[in-house]
Each structure stands twice: as C-alpha cells, then as structure tokens.
Ligand binder design. Sequence first.
Ligand code: 5GP
Length: 145
Amino acid sequence: MNEKYDNNNIFAKILRGELPCIKVYEDNYTLAFMDIMPQMEGHTLVISKEPAVTIYDLSDEASLACMRTVKLIGIAVEAAMKVPGSTVFQHNGKDAGQTVDHFHFHVMPGSLFRANAMKGHATELADPDDLKDIADRIISCIKSG
Ligand code: 5GP
C-alpha cells in the first residue's frame, strides 16, 4: 500500500461498509456509486478497491479495471440521462482540487462547459431519494462487460 494512503478516508470507509453509498456497480476491483454532492444530475464516481491516492499510485491492473468500469458506467450514464455524450475526469492531489484522498474518476453526462452546467465542487448535498432514482436508471442501462 502507498505510504501516503490514509485508511480512514471516506471512500475507504465506504469500501469497508462503514459508511453507506448509493451503489450502481461493483466488481472485484472497482465500485461505482452516486456522488453525494453532485455537480449535475447523473454525477457518478468510479473508485478502485486498491488503496491508492492518485492515478500515479495505482497499479496497472487496477488502472485497467477502473477504465473498464468507467466505460460501462459512462455508457450507462449517457443512456440513463438521455445525453449523447459524457465527460470523465479525476483530480490528483489537493492542488488539483482532490478532496477525497482515494483514487476515483468522476463520470458526468454531457459537457462541463455548457452555461450553468455545473454546481460547485462538493458543495451541495442532493436529496437521497433523487439520487436513488437516478442510480436505478443508471443500473438499468448498465450492459454486462
Ligand atoms: P474529488 O474532490 O476528490 O475529486 O472528489 C470527491 C467527490 O466525492 C466530490 O465530488 C464529493 O462531492 C464526493 N463525496 C464526498 N464525500 C462523499 C460521501 O460521503 N459519499 C459520496 N457518495 N460522495 C462523496
């Protein structure tokens, strides 16, 4: 494990089942769930089960697994939100805007550059019922890998 990794970060607790999440997908290497403070409807996170802070800390095997899951989830998010495009991004380190020190991708429907497309980063909690509805839509659009 990377020595800068803190086992008590929020996503580590979610992976251990100590905190809840609204899950859309899980396999042996990755977990995907709704962002609790979405910057737009459909904002989904894909995290590695491997303990890593940034993409540069991630093993090649975990990187491949995350990319596979991002493809599954990105396609499902586009279909569920009825948007013919999506944006995938991730932050590496506090200076880049990373607020949770466990490696993750953000998957967003459509473009981040439309006027007023996005709310602030990690600022406003969404209604859990709304997140659950959107998660159900995404789950129904996930094609088996
Ligand atoms: P980062 O800033 O590290 O790139 O992204 C972290 C993301 O995690 C933010 O978009 C933030 O809204 C989300 N987040 C923070 N805490 C929680 C939580 O407890 N549960 C979920 N599902 N998302 C969280």
